[in-house]
Design a protein around this ligand. Structure first.
Ligand code: NDP
Length: 487
């Protein structure tokens, strides 16, 4: 692999906490080094927040709730939220560069998806502030019942590393739209764009104390989730962490929203348009190094087209460029961290032990440079294989043949996960009836990752709790009081 060619005209940053409108360092002096996974170079120093920082952040958030923010007219709040989106777009090149340095993902992807959609989250929820309605019922001439929305209070936002700014803003924008104050903790491996975001919030006019940021590891997150003065937690991450958070939040009965792991199936029927299917399946398998919760990592193909699908899919996947995230041709960059790279590599070993065949891939690349893994297609495994059942979260997919609709439906629903699925068929009747029977929060037909922010986003079973998006987010980030007015 060539050395990074694109001139990096943005300096990586050290990451401090942001509490009550000021950047501060940890009282205990604890820090860690933030690493660029594409080069193994140290990017900067990150503060590790302890109980004291979390306490201070929660206090600041509670105070801000009672201040200017708590009484701000909705129109003004909406203008501030819109301005945050505008400022993100103004700083898009810088934010995209920082996101790529932190994650190892291609720069073009950071620009076109991560940062662009982060701005869009604010623009979208700026509108929700003024357009979300409340329920109201007239009971003959006896009474009118109507609901009044109030912010939940202080909300903890805890986020993963795969789409750092995009997922953080997917929570921050509606939390602010509904009038809450927040304490955010980004993933330890991707702390930089959150640190720029708080600067942007201040510039946009967010009062001090409304948005607080505490960096750190899992323990920092745990201090937020168990804090008695935090009213709600919105979390995206692994299912096992969700379980820990649920336990920690139980004594204080916090409101919870979880977006968790997945093992999403792509189901390809023999009547599908094969070229379109393959084009999109390449993306749903390998984009962002397969590190998207919605990636389709187990592919089921009807037997009549199994061989021809594999032949074409493998040929196209072989052409995907892996390497320098700053190269415009790169589709698969570096895995986000050494720890995650080791996890994905361990599944390549498991696949071999389970008798899987690497149709393509199965190797690591440029080891002296960074954490790269080839796009990998595994065949020859059965439904009970760990590689078919467990979330790998890398550029690794399994492909299994199926004969009938009933058989494949049973296989795809045979999992604790229930996040998303992608169905490929030209038979509209089958598309509708089959999709309705899939145990997943989101099903795409003849497409993937196509989003409308008004739709309910989230998983069922062990893939999540509740839904985000449009009015669903506004419902989570508000409490409703029903008023009955006797006539
Ligand atoms: P983790 O669950 O490991 O971490 C997520 C966040 O939780 C991090 O900030 C982490 O801190 C923090 N954390 C860890 N332990 C605790 C704890 N006990 N209490 C509170 N916070 C804690 O997830 P990953 O970062 O590894 O992200 C990948 C996962 O996210 C995958 O499973 C993926 O499927 C899922 N995901 C789901 C999405 C969805 O919409 N359903 C979208 C994107 C990802 P630390 O800094 O130490 O890591």
């Amino acid at each position: 692999m060539q050395a990074t060619k694109t001139p990096i005209d943005v300096n990586p940053i050290d990451c401090s906490h942001y509490i009550n409108g000021e950047f501060v360092q940890s009282k205990n002096g604890e820090t860690f080094e933030n690493m660029n996974p594409a080069t193994k170079e140290v990017l900067g120093i990150v503060q590790i927040g302890g109980k004291e920082e979390v306490d201070n952040a929660v206090k600041a958030a509670r105070t801000a709730l009672k201040g200017e923010w708590g009484t701000m007219p909705a129109k003004k709040r909406s203008q501030i939220i819109r301005k945050i989106g505008d400022l993100i777009l103004e700083r898009l090149p810088e934010l995209a560069m920082l996101e790529t340095l932190d994650t190892g993902k291609p720069l073009w992807l950071s620009k076109s998806v991560d940062i662009d959609r982060a701005a869009n989250n604010f623009h979208f929820f700026a509108d929700c502030v003024t357009t979300t309605g409340n329920e109201s019922y007239q009971q003959d001439d006896i009474a009118i019942h109507y609901s009044v929305r109030k912010p939940v209070g202080v909300v903890g936002l805890i986020n993963p590393w795969n789409l750092p700014l995009l997922l953080l803003t997917w929570k921050l924008a509606p939390a602010l739209a509904a009038g809450n104050t927040v304490v955010m903790k980004p993933s330890e491996v991707t702390p930089m764009t959150a640190t720029v975001l708080v600067e942007i919030c201040k510039e946009a006019g967010v009062p001090d104390g409304v948005v607080n940021l505490v960096h750190g590891l899992g323990e920092t997150g745990a201090a937020i989730t168990s804090h008695e003065d935090v009213d709600a937690i919105a979390f995206t991450g692994e299912t096992v962490t969700g379980t820990a958070i649920m336990k920690a939040a139980a004594p204080t009965l916090k409101k919870l929203s979880f977006e968790l792991g997945g093992k999403n199936p792509n189901i390809i029927f023999a009547d599908a348009n094969l070229d379109e299917t393959i084009e999109t399946t390449l993306k749903s398998s390998f984009i962002n190094q397969g590190e998207v919760c919605l990636c389709g990592s187990r592919i089921y193909v009807q037997r009549e087209i199994y061989d021809s699908f594999l032949e074409k899919f493998a040929a196209k996947a072989k052409e995907l460029k892996v390497g320098d995230p700053f190269e415009s041709e790169t589709l698969v960059g570096a895995m986000v961290s050494e720890e995650h790279y080791n996890k994905v590599v361990s599944y390549l070993d498991i696949a071999k032990e389970e008798g899987g065949k690497f149709l393509i891939g199965g190797n690591t690349l440029y080891e002296e440079k960074g954490f790269y893994i080839e796009p990998t297609i595994i065949t020859g495994l059965n439904q009970d294989s760990r590689c078919v059942r467990e979330e790998i979260f890398g550029p690794v997919v399994t492909v299994l043949p199926f004969d009938t609709e009933e058989e494949v439906l049973e296989q795809i629903n045979d999992t604790h996960y229930g996040l998303s699925a992608s169905v490929w068929t030209t038979n509209v009747k089958r598309a509708a009836s089959f999709s309705a029977q899939i145990e997943a929060g989101m099903v795409w037909v003849n497409t993937w990752f196509l989003r409308d922010l008004r739709t309910p986003f989230g998983g069922m079973k062990h893939s999540g709790l509740g839904r985000e998006g449009g009015v669903h987010s506004m419902d989570f980030y508000t409490e409703q009081t029903n008023v009955t007015l006797k006539l």
